[in-house]
Design a protein around this ligand. Sequence first.
Ligand SMILES: [Zn+2]
Length: 127
Amino acid sequence: MAAAKLTKKEQDDLRARLLEEQQELREQLASIEEDSFAATQSEMIGDVGLDDEIADAGTITFEREKDLSIEQNVRDLLGKIDRALRRMEDGSYGVCSACGKPIEKARLKALPYADLCIKDAQARARR
Ligand SMILES: [Zn+2]
């Protein structure tokens, strides 16, 4: 399968970037999980006045929902990075998963975990 036209050096660079990003995202995920744990703990103490309590409960819920959506995004990205790394292993990296043509190098350099060419990514976004 010679469709991926990246040189070995280019793919190695992209792999290094993916691994670096994967590391950062894992750390981010760990700190989000720590934060939600801390929020649960402080919520359980509950020795605040009634007005404060209501305000705090609102804030805590908001913060938690924000955390959850960030967490979702981080997990999503980690999944994409995982798939990209696996595709490097089996030699299908850099090939569009929709049309089977090579993904533009510039696109891979901007988005190393991309698994669609520009045309198919745009088509999918429009749907
Ligand atoms: Zn395509």
